[in-house]
Write a protein that binds this ligand. Sequence first.
Ligand SMILES: CC(C)(COP(=O)(O)OP(=O)(O)OC[C@H]1O[C@@H](n2cnc3c(N)ncnc32)[C@H](O)[C@@H]1OP(=O)(O)O)[C@@H](O)C(=O)NCCC(=O)NCCS
Length: 172
Amino acid sequence: MTTTTPTSAAGPAGATGPTFRAPTASDGPAMWDLARASGLDENSPYAYVMWGEYHAGTSVVAVDDDGDLVGFVMGFRVPAAPETVFVWQVATSEACRGQGIAARLLDSLVERTGAEAVEATVTPGNDPSAALFRGLGKRHGKRVEETPLFAEDLFPGDHEAEVRFRIPVGTP
Ligand SMILES: CC(C)(COP(=O)(O)OP(=O)(O)OC[C@H]1O[C@@H](n2cnc3c(N)ncnc32)[C@H](O)[C@@H]1OP(=O)(O)O)[C@@H](O)C(=O)NCCC(=O)NCCS
């Protein structure tokens, strides 16, 4: 099941939190900007425009009251196991971090997709990312499986190994 209805989430003390909605192709440039500003792997602008068009049902953006994009999560259904959503990238703007926006992006993704499991890969040095996915497991009362997936030597240049996080989020 996929829903595209925008939802809002209350922020701290009386403030209105961002609105969460499915992306469109027009969100691509802002997602690309945020990915680059967040130190994520460099991908082409095309990838983000394409994602907004073709993977909107498995992605969510957070937009503030001014209409500015302050976070996104981009995912796809694993072709051989479509009940599993793989999160390719997730980021929030630096000024908005630590306010639960990334956690709410993941919660919104799970709700919109009805996924039974979420998978992502995390580099061992990325504590905020590991905490984000462990937190998703905690909210669902599930143990997060963490297993080595992509070795360092698969990547050209300076790139850490990637550990697969699998978080069961469906009902038992
Ligand atoms: C990872 C990232 C998306 C987290 O965004 P955020 O909006 O700050 O996250 P939240 O406020 O929702 O916090 C989620 C969890 O992470 C924890 N966390 C957030 N920042 C943290 C930090 N710097 N160190 C340790 N834990 C941290 C929070 O305590 C929370 O844990 P909890 O659920 O147990 O309470 C953000 O730091 C980011 O954009 N980083 C750069 C891009 C990146 O590395 N993305 C992940 C790889 S694709």
